[in-house]
Design a protein around this ligand. Structure first.
Ligand code: ADP
Length: 214
């Protein structure tokens, strides 16, 4: 089964994708994570994307489609979860072609609905473990008092993203509404879209996604 998690920054796509990886053995393809890795690698492409990402703008279609193409070639037995991709209509078309050409299909697109006020609150309070990527939130899921990650045990290695500030977030939201939200209509027209409420507790959202995939 191959699915897309669609929703604005901070909707909880990464958190839910991690859960699906654990429970269903799916492979998470997060273009955001791939681009951050490229950025950390210090390559020429990495340096170019770092600036664009910090401002909250979208990286070019060509770069992200190239990243996804490489991963699709490797295949995944449990299927792929596309997290943060596609983000433009051109990327959605490219994904359709790539899946077709590798004999795969898209089984579901889950749109996670969350209102803007909740997004700002979630994102400006967010941090992740440098060891395993577990996501924490100052208000709803604080870092354990002993400073050890509850998932992997790594001590005092929590990171905030360079683009998780109010200024970049404004741009990220604008990019989402202008360039990514048209995908809601695109997949609706193909009969592949399921909307779920992304505002509940993490477990409630997990339940809604499981129900949508049944
Ligand atoms: P979020 O969903 O919280 O904004 P991501 O980690 O998915 O975070 O993405 C972070 C940044 O990486 C984006 O703001 C953008 O600059 C870049 N990016 C990620 N995926 C794509 C994509 N599919 N197309 C273009 N840019 C992307």
């Amino acid at each position: 089964m191959n699915i897309i998690l669609l929703g604005p920054p901070g909707a909880g796509k990464g958190t839910q994708a991690r859960h699906l990886v654990e429970t269903r053995g799916m492979v998470q393809l997060s273009t955001g994570d791939m681009l951050r890795e490229a950025k950390d690698s210090g390559t020429e492409m990495g340096n170019r994307v770092a600036e664009v990402m910090a401002k909250g703008q979208l990286v070019t279609d060509e770069i992200v489609i190239g990243l996804i193409r490489e991963k699709l070639d490797a295949g995944a037995e449990g299927g792929f979860i596309f997290d943060g991709f596609p983000r433009t209509l051109a990327q959605a078309d490219a994904l359709g072609d790539l899946l077709d050409s590798t004999g795969n299909s898209l089984d579901a697109v889950i749109e996670m609905e969350v209102d803007d006020a909740a997004l700002v609150e979630r994102i400006t309070a967010r941090s992740t473990c440098g060891g395993c990527g577990e996501v924490y939130n100052d208000i709803t899921k604080p870092i354990p008092a002993d400073g050890k990650c509850s998932n992997c045990g790594k001590e005092n290695d929590f990171k905030r993203r360079a683009d998780d500030n109010e200024e970049s977030l404004k741009t990220r939201l604008m990019e989402y509404y202008k360039k990514t939200s048209p995908l809601i209509g695109y997949y609706y027209a193909k009969g592949q879209l399921t909307k779920i409420n992304g505002l509940g507790e993490i477990e409630e959202v997990q339940g809604a996604i499981e129900a949508a995939l049944r």
